[in-house]
Design a binder for this molecule. Structure first.
Ligand SMILES: Cc1cc2nc3c(=O)[nH]c(=O)nc-3n(C[C@H](O)[C@H](O)[C@H](O)COP(=O)(O)OP(=O)(O)OC[C@H]3O[C@@H](n4cnc5c(N)ncnc54)[C@H](O)[C@@H]3O)c2cc1C
Length: 446
């Protein structure tokens, strides 16, 4: 497996800050252009319709921004991380919902006032106008997607069902585009407006197509990933070794994850994210999965030679974000996978590893972790026992400080179950570890 030297940044612009600045600049610049277009297009047929148009234009902008957030563009993903991007996507999604509902309500109210008719009658009349009908259908789909994405429903639905329904967003997008095109005032208020909206839509669709279709198809055609070995690590954990062509050209880093499909073994729509559990290199990739449901449990019976369709690598849980020479790597349970890979990649620098498990028998890849820590002259603390039995959480601020007294001077990487990760992040805040030194990977996307 390969090694890469530590990248320690001091005083320079952090990659995450560069990406955030680029995103904010994009959002603010486009918001300003849209305001200018709104003002220069003049008022609507009445005051209510003018405000409705304002919300409609911003709904279009939010919809296009949503596409960029999920486009999985490698440059953004490596700097911000898919977990954070999907959290933003979620919040922009709910903002979009309220913007669309306000736009639709104001359109109906505006025409009802204009025609001196009831809102019900106006709604029915507007649904007979093709441009309005398309807008209504897009709005209805956005409402459906928002409802299934509320935490309560989202938890009850199988991931694949929720994801399949969520893809209705693309239908909503197509309808919204034609609605905006037919509704004329925005696209045709000036030559600049026409050019601007066409460029923006093409850019957003182009980004989505590139990140979600072109890059994955090209990488899979180029690398031809194949299962080379399947090795049980314990009763419920298995490692899958994947080989391929030209893997030295795959831009993967330790700590990242891929979305894996094994079409000959599973249904093609089953795609699961698993971190690389060894540093990627020309000889291959490895994932290590704990059985959580049918897809992860089924990896145990994956035949050698099965073709794999691999999307990624994704994620910002890497040494690209190192700011200090010393690192503290904290893993809980199967959250050891990206940490194990990072240990291999990090050829230099002082490292401490905290590995939280119920008992030593549950510590997956423990021998490898011990070996790599010893190789680097680092320190490993295996933290066993239930919190109730050992009295206090090892991740309470005072316990963490006792274990790693110089924690504030280190980069801290944490990957584990949600409750453990939250406890560690809270302790790090209490200990005043600068936020730029804290990096977390969650085994769940928003
Ligand atoms: C970035 C990331 C890295 C991960 N790395 C590892 C790892 O190295 N080792 C490991 O054992 N587990 C890892 N996981 C968790 C792993 O993805 C899930 O346990 C697995 O997908 C469960 O699938 P299943 O069909 O077996 O179980 P299910 O019962 O279908 O799912 C169990 C849980 O996993 C979630 N899940 C299922 N499919 C997906 C998907 N495509 N995308 C996001 N969430 C999904 C479900 O919402 C549910 O909460 C990681 C998750 C993420 C998001």
């Amino acid at each position: 497996m390969t090694t890469a030297s530590n990248t320690v940044r001091t005083g320079t612009v952090l990659p995450v800050d560069a990406a955030r600045t680029a995103m904010w600049t994009f959002v603010v610049a486009n918001a300003v252009i849209v305001e200018v277009l709104f003002v220069s297009a003049g008022a609507g047929k009445n005051g209510v319709l003018t405000v409705a148009k304002f919300f409609g234009l911003h709904a279009a902008l939010l919809l296009l921004f949503q596409l960029l957030l999920v486009a999985r563009l490698p440059w953004l993903d490596r700097r911000i991380g898919m977990d954070r991007l999907t959290v933003w996507h979620r919040w922009v999604g709910f903002t979009l919902l309220w913007t669309v509902l306000t736009h639709a309500t104001l359109v109906v109210l505006g025409y009802a006032t204009l025609d001196d008719a009831s809102m019900g009658k106006t709604f029915v009349a507007l649904s007979g106008v093709p441009a309005s009908l398309l807008g209504m259908l897009a709005a209805a789909l956005i409402v459906v997607i928002a409802v299934i994405s509320t935490r309560g429903l989202r938890r009850r639905l199988r991931y694949e069902v929720w994801h399949g329904l969520h893809l209705l967003l693309y239908v909503a997008l197509g309808l919204a585009f034609v609605h905006q095109l037919q509704e004329t005032t925005t696209f045709t208020s000036s030559a600049f407006a026409t050019a601007y909206w066409w460029i923006l839509w093409l850019f957003a669709f182009g980004a989505l197509l590139t990140g979600r279709v072109v890059v994955p198809l090209w990488r899979n055609a180029h690398h031809r990933f194949t299962v080379a070995a399947v090795v049980p690590e314990s009763d419920d954990v298995v490692s899958v070794y994947v080989t391929g062509r030209n893997l030295d050209k795959l831009p993967a880093r330790a700590g990242q994850f891929c979305v894996w499909r094994f079409p000959g073994h599973n249904h093609w729509w089953l795609a699961n994210p698993f971190s690389l559990s060894a540093a990627p290199g020309p000889q291959g990739l490895r994932l290590t999965a704990k059985a959580a449901g049918s897809a992860s449990a089924g990896l145990r019976s994956l035949p050698v030679g099965t073709r794999a369709f691999v999307e990624g690598p994704y994620g910002a849980f890497t040494s690209l974000h190192r700011t200090r020479p010393g690192a503290l790597l904290i893993a809980g349970g199967v959250g050891i996978t990206p940490v194990r890979a990072m240990l291999e990649e990090e050829a230099s620098g002082d490292v401490v590893v905290l590995y939280r498990v119920r008992g030593e028998a549950d510590a997956v890849l423990l021998d490898e972790v011990r070996h790599l820590v010893a190789l680097r002259g680092g320190r490993l603390h295996l933290l066993t026992g239930r919190t109730a039995e050992i009295g206090a959480s090892p991740f309470a601020p005072e316990s963490l400080h006792r274990l790693v007294p110089d924690v504030t001077g280190r980069d801290v990487y944490v990957c584990g179950p949600p409750a453990m990760t939250a406890a560690v992040l809270s302790a790090l805040r209490d200990l005043r570890v600068p936020a730029r030194q804290v990096h977390a990977e969650r085994f769940g996307l928003a």
